[in-house]
Design a protein around this ligand. Structure first.
Ligand SMILES: [Zn+2]
Ligand SMILES: [Zn+2]
Ligand SMILES: [Zn+2]
Length: 164
């Protein structure tokens, strides 16, 4: 897969072929689960597909609503469990500032994740900078603090919103 794929661009241009991003993420997820012997069940797969319907993060209840839009009756717990599986396997990240989920752009690589979150369009770019992770854990350690999560969330305006 070429590095220029839209799924890998930090802030993909508006109007890009987003179905390609979703298809790319799904095939990466299938491959990763196969390698690890993790079961990507139908519901887990569809939750991931729903998360990837957009680059903007989605709340669990939005995901549930989209899944059930066609008349299905999936329970919230089932969706939370599917999200837990996807997070454990590094396919989805949870952004606590938005209480929402976003598809991982670099699945299969060990990273804690840093996010640039646009407050206007809610698009999110995922960075995986070791420099940032190391600086945060050093600063925490020097204060006798033991972090249990390492996700850094930065709010601001994305290049698409700054241009318009
Ligand atoms: Zn896209
Ligand atoms: Zn990630
Ligand atoms: Zn924006």
């Amino acid at each position: 897969m070429p590095r220029t794929h839209a799924a890998l661009a930090d802030f993909p241009k508006r109007g890009h072929d987003h179905r390609a991003c979703g298809a790319h993420a799904l095939s990466e997820a299938e491959e990763l689960c196969r390698q690890r012997g993790a079961r990507l069940t139908e519901l887990r797969r569809r939750v991931l597909e729903t998360v990837w319907q957009d680059h903007a993060p989605l709340g669990a209840y939005d995901i549930l609503a989209r899944l059930n839009a066609g008349g299905e009756r999936n329970a919230p717990m089932a969706v939370y469990r599917a999200l837990d599986f996807l997070m454990e396997n590094g396919l989805v990240h949870r952004l606590s500032s938005l209480n929402a989920y976003v598809g991982c752009r670099h699945p299969g690589h060990d990273h804690s994740g840093q996010f640039l979150i646009c407050t206007q369009c809610r698009d999110v770019a995922e960075l995986t900078s070791d420099t940032v992770s190391t600086a945060v854990s050093r600063a925490a350690k020097s204060r006798g603090f033991k972090p249990t999560g390492g996700i850094v969330e930065v709010m601001g305006l994305c290049p698409n919103c700054r241009r318009s």
